[in-house]
Design a protein around this ligand. Structure first.
Ligand SMILES: *Cc1c(COP(=O)(O)O)cnc(C)c1O
Ligand SMILES: [Zn+2]
Length: 429
């Protein structure tokens, strides 16, 4: 079965290319010329009823194969019986206690900490692994702050694919441990993520490796968009909608490079183009105050190509990006949906980890907790109304960065091994 891709369009100049005509970016715009994947929506509408997708027994991203840019037979055969087949279809949990605390009525948390390698990045890496096999690539490579790398290494291991990973020296240990355990060739770059990214592009070109890099490989958004399908499908189920898909009013998304928010926007645009949802949710991008170039650009009305590299730092390592690679798609996602960008401090991010964990049982790494911290801010600022249906995207597990979590939680009580001391400790609490 072939896929329904029409071609690729440059997000800067609008030039269109046939599949196979260009590999990654618009040749006129070099590394910045990230492409958008175009689909034959008319044909999909004729051939695919929404119920056919939503009644699929496949509880993974592959239930949406007719809307994905991969060879469906190849994807199915790789996914069959492997970890690759368990990417996606993460739960959408109602969070009534958190909602009540914020004065909201309808709040859900989409829990992507439960992906096979414990972050949202599995959605994109899954597509990368299939694309690499379509090309017959011997080696796949990526640069990453950690999670994209762990996702690529883990899913490559699932199907026996060689891979080379570039991560900044500062990546949290758990993420590096995943890479090593999965057998990736790991290069710790003595520099920033931005430097690791440029080095990886150079190496991929020099050695002919298949390149998974975010906002360079146009197909990564196509993996990430599956979360939007799932949210709308699960919300329809949760609210007893007559339709197969129902859009929420607002989605809060943590933003570093901007590929996730761009991907969610793409998924929603697909559903809208197919007339499977009747309105576009507002997308609220959340950045750490120490790494908030997209908030700045949004406030100042700048376009993605006018942005300059800034120095960036935050406890939320997965959303630290001095020049967000997918800035064009990330700004469009917010502007075209009437959403907003908000910044949250590292203190707010750390406080959000136990708040989310205790409020609904979802254990998030700092970057993921930032989305909840952003919701708190957004409610304060009146960006989200009390009656609205709100979804917070939890993008990665707290187990990814235990050291940061402990900064927020403090230390446990210590007792001698006798009941008297337990009484003393409990009384002091
Ligand atoms: C990568 C990542 C993000 C941000 O995604 P971008 O596409 O870089 O904006 C947020 N949270 C987690 C846990 C991530 O790994
Ligand atoms: Zn172009």
């Amino acid at each position: 079965m072939t896929h329904h891709v029409l071609g690729l369009r440059c997000t800067i100049c609008g030039a269109e290319y046939r599949v196979g005509e260009v590999d990654y970016v618009c040749p006129r715009h070099g590394h910045d010329g990230i492409l958008d994947v175009l689909y034959d929506y008319a044909r999909i509408r004729r051939e695919v009823a929404p119920e056919r997708l939503t009644t699929s027994p496949d509880r993974s991203i592959w239930r949406y194969l007719p809307l994905m840019p991969v060879d469906a037979d190849l994807a199915r055969s790789l996914a069959e019986g492997t970890v690759l087949g368990s990417v996606g279809w993460t739960p959408l949990f109602p969070a009534p206690r958190l909602a009540a605390r914020l004065g909201l009525k309808h709040l859900w948390v989409k829990d992507d900490s439960r992906q096979p390698t414990a972050s949202f990045k599995d959605r994109a890496s899954a597509v990368a692994v299939v694309k690499a096999r379509e090309r017959g690539a011997e080696v796949v490579t990526t640069a990453s702050t950690g999670n994209a790398a762990a996702a690529l290494a883990g899913l490559c291991a699932a199907v026996g694919q060689r891979n080379v990973i570039f991560v900044p020296r500062t990546a949290p240990q758990a993420k590096v441990a995943q890479l090593l355990a999965f057998g990736a060739t790991v290069l710790l770059v003595d520099g920033t993520y931005d430097q690791a990214f440029d080095l990886c592009l150079e190496a991929a070109e020099a050695f002919g490796w298949y390149n998974r890099n975010t906002a360079y490989n146009p197909y990564m958004s196509e993996g990430k968009k599956t979360a939007a399908y799932e949210i709308c499908e699960q919300l329809a189920l949760a609210t007893g909608a007559a339709s197969s898909f129902r859009a929420p009013d607002v989605i809060l998304i943590p933003v570093g490079d901007g590929c996730i928010i761009g991907g969610i926007h793409k998924g929603l645009r697909d559903l809208a183009a197919l007339n499977w949802i009747d309105r576009m949710p507002r997308l609220i991008g959340v950045q750490a105050a120490g790494s908030s170039p997209l908030v700045d650009a949004w406030e100042r009305g700048l376009e993605g190509w006018e942005m300059q590299m800034v120095e960036a730092h935050s406890v939320a390592d997965s959303i630290v990006a001095g020049l967000p690679r997918d800035r064009i798609k990330a700004l469009r996602a917010v502007r075209e949906t009437g959403g907003a960008y908000v910044r949250v401090s590292d203190e707010e991010i750390l406080a959000a980890i136990p708040a989310l964990a205790q409020g609904c049982g979802v254990f998030a790494e700092p970057a993921a907790a930032a989305a909840y911290a952003g919701l708190v801010r957004a409610v304060e600022r009146g960006l989200v109304g009390p009656e609205e249906r709100v979804v917070v995207l939890a993008t990665g597990s707290g187990l990814k960065d235990v050291a940061s979590v402990m900064k927020a939680t403090g230390q446990p009580l210590t007792v001698a091994p006798d009941l008297q001391d337990v009484r003393r400790a409990l009384a002091q609490r």
